[in-house]
Design a protein around this ligand. Structure first.
Ligand SMILES: *[C@@H]1O[C@H](CO)[C@@H](O)[C@H](O)[C@H]1NC(C)=O
Ligand SMILES: *[C@@H]1O[C@H](CO)[C@@H](O)[C@H](O)[C@H]1NC(C)=O
Ligand SMILES: *[C@@H]1O[C@H](CO)[C@@H](O)[C@H](O)[C@H]1NC(C)=O
Ligand SMILES: *[C@@H]1O[C@H](CO)[C@@H](O)[C@H](O)[C@H]1NC(C)=O
Ligand SMILES: *[C@@H]1O[C@H](CO)[C@@H](O)[C@H](O)[C@H]1NC(C)=O
Ligand SMILES: *[C@@H]1O[C@H](CO)[C@@H](O)[C@H](O)[C@H]1NC(C)=O
Ligand SMILES: *[C@@H]1O[C@H](CO)[C@@H](O)[C@H](O)[C@H]1NC(C)=O
Ligand SMILES: *[C@@H]1O[C@H](CO)[C@@H](O)[C@H](O)[C@H]1NC(C)=O
Length: 366
């Protein structure tokens, strides 16, 4: 009995240590938070948020209107807004030459009682990052710093007063999300699930947010076994333990998206075989992007993550993009997909024609 008890305690302790993920290098700013209330731990993620008082020397504190309060929690409930000046900047101390995932969250929530859709510009240093034009949005960019400070600026373009609820920086490894040049502006990040569950920190050690992605022409596969989730991209177990295949054995698995305005993009597609294949079964497919052969024939290994990433940026016709997994003739099973991310390129790289003959793709199995 005593032995049993000791085991249970040890198990809980290990579970606790696993859950208390490492936030080293994370910068988590709850914009508008009073320094008196700083820092605090967000209940949902365990992330430690701090006030923005030391990072910006202008602006006022706002709060979403009463009717929106039930929809939001700290740290999105309050914001800093900038009624004065055209350009207001946050000055962040960062580590030079580091690959950061940077997220800025904007939840309007009728904080000013004017009930207008926001519209203002977001800059990363001197460069336009995005135009905020929705009442509830997260802007994300993956960017390599070139100094120990980084400015995130909100610019009033004469339409509405800029505000910001949250600013989050997560250092990534240098070998993740590598581009030829330029930074990566988030388009989408999905894992295959017919649920409505989002996955982020602490399941994702880099605090990437994974949204469920599903289509009625697919069937959901899921495993309770442990999937080796990769040394480079360190995907969450909950992301790689789910996948889809087309319902029809011969059907192509299609992922479509649009880029407005049309710019170049990078995709990161993550695969692991989740089914226990019989000796006479083969799953083999080719990957094409915008109708062009990218990689294959490819057979994901059982419970082992492989990430297929673009090593040069891709272009889609008129901004309408399609990634397809096409079953080969030899295959007895339809293609499989576990997760996919796509980003557009900011700061268009100076493409030279000779680059086109370089390898068009790269595969990472680790
Ligand atoms: C946390 O992560 C950092 C960087 O990845 C590492 O240097 C440090 O040793 C880790 N700390 C713990 C307690 O795991
Ligand atoms: C950022 O770094 C500068 C120079 O090292 C320092 O003076 C300042 O207090 C730091 N700011 C914050 C918010 O840590
Ligand atoms: C955003 O706008 C939509 C449509 O006008 C509205 O239904 C929604 O309540 C608004 N949400 C917030 C947070 O302002
Ligand atoms: C999701 O897929 C699983 C496996 O096919 C199925 O059992 C479950 O009912 C589905 N859930 C929903 C909400 O469709
Ligand atoms: C799939 O394609 C093969 C080869 O083209 C064909 O023999 C088979 O009947 C097809 N199966 C289905 C279910 O359409
Ligand atoms: C996928 O795309 C191909 C070619 O565009 C099309 O023929 C096929 O019907 C699509 N599959 C699904 C499931 O939509
Ligand atoms: C594969 O083997 C299983 C038994 O292990 C059998 O039931 C099935 O019909 C075989 N399929 C094919 C395509 O030969
Ligand atoms: C898959 O790619 C290989 C190698 O390029 C090619 O020979 C084969 O025809 C392709 N199969 C399909 C179904 O596209």
């Amino acid at each position: 009995m005593e032995r049993y008890f000791v085991y249970v305690v040890t198990f809980l302790l290990i579970l606790h240590l696993v859950q208390a993920q490492n936030q080293t290098g994370f910068i988590s700013v709850d914009c508008g938070l009073s320094p008196l209330a700083s820092p605090y731990n967000a209940p949902e993620t365990g992330l430690t948020y701090t006030s923005d008082a030391d990072l910006v020397n202008s602006g006022k504190t706002g709060r979403v209107a009463k009717e929106f309060e039930p929809l939001y929690d700290r740290p999105t409930l309050i914001m800093r807004y900038f009624p004065e000046g055209v350009r207001n900047c946050y000055n962040l101390n960062v580590t030079r030459d580091t690959n950061y995932l940077i997220k800025a969250t904007f939840v309007y929530g009728n904080y000013d009682g004017l009930n207008v859709v926001p519209n203002f510009d977001l800059y990363l240093g001197p460069n336009l990052w995005s135009t905020v034009s929705s009442n509830d949005t997260i802007e994300e960019i993956i960017h390599v710093t070139n100094s120990n400070s980084l400015q995130v600026c909100l610019v009033n373009t004469g339409i509405s007063i800029p505000f910001i609820n949250m600013l989050e920086l997560r250092p990534l490894k240098k070998n993740m999300y590598v581009t030829q040049s330029g930074s990566l502006k988030y388009l989408f990040r999905g894992y295959i699930s017919n649920s409505s569950t989002r996955i982020r920190f602490p399941e994702d050690v880099y605090d990437r947010k994974w949204y469920p992605l599903f289509d009625n022409s697919w069937t959901q596969l899921t495993t309770t076994l442990n999937v080796n989730t990769g040394i480079t991209y360190e995907l969450p177990q909950g992301v790689m333990a789910k996948a889809a295949t087309p319902l029809e054995a011969n059907e192509t698995l299609n992922i479509t998206w649009t880029i407005e305005p049309p710019t170049q993009y990078y995709s990161y597609v993550h695969f692991a075989e989740l089914q226990n294949l019989r000796a006479n079964d083969t799953r083999e497919f080719n990957v094409t992007q915008n109708g062009i052969y990218t990689f294959g024939p490819f057979s994901p290994l059982p419970l082992k993550t492989a990430s297929i990433v673009n090593s040069i940026p891709q272009q889609c016709d008129g901004g309408a993009c399609i990634l397809q997994l096409v079953k080969t003739l030899k295959s007895t099973l339809p293609p499989i997909l576990n997760a996919i991310e796509a980003f557009s390129v900011i700061d268009l790289p100076q493409m030279e024609m000779t680059l086109l003959v370089l390898r068009m793709f790269k595969i990472l199995t680790d």
